[in-house]
Design a protein around this ligand. Structure first.
Ligand SMILES: [Cu+2]
Length: 155
């Protein structure tokens, strides 16, 4: 999106005009950059977690409030159940979904900042567990910038 305005300036015909380009280019670039950062701020992401054997990959995931996590089945029968184990009194209070050939995906949208542990009911004994850490964007920081930063901070 931003390049159209920038190219219009750069591909201008006269050399005299190009002398004026730098300041103008900076202004256009800044406006374009600001728009690029501001516009997608409200867009929520979907993160994939793949069941692989008795593991959820990635095991620990960091998302932003409003993001959706989609678990994807690859074999055998599992569940995606919030809580630390079946002994957790809160087990299944948020979600308790089958993840098997008849239910190959399960999606859940996280609306509150929280650390949400989850496990697979049949395989918790094999440590088939994971966590979703749901972060609120820092005040005065756009969700987009928060996402960009997280790429470098957490890989
Ligand atoms: Cu399982």
């Amino acid at each position: 999106m931003p390049p159209s305005g920038v190219f219009a300036v750069y591909w201008g015909p006269s050399i005299a005009v190009q002398q004026e380009v730098p300041a103008m280019f900076c202004t256009i670039a800044l406006v374009a950059l600001a728009a690029a950062f501001a516009a997608p701020a409200a867009r929520a992401d979907t993160h994939l977690v793949t069941q692989s054997g008795f593991e959820f990959l990635p095991r620990d995931l960091i998302v932003l409030v409003g993001d959706t996590v989609q678990w994807v089945h690859t074999g055998s029968s599992h569940t995606v159940t919030n809580g630390t184990s079946a002994a957790d009194p809160g087990a299944g209070s948020l979600f308790d979904a089958p993840l098997d050939s008849a239910n190959p995906t399960f999606s859940y949208t996280f609306e509150q900042p929280a650390v949400v542990p989850y496990f697979c009911r049949p395989h918790e004994g094999f440590d088939m567990k994971g966590t979703v850490t749901v972060e609120a964007p820092v005040a005065n920081e756009s969700a987009t910038w928060s996402r960009i930063k997280r790429i470098f901070v957490t890989g």
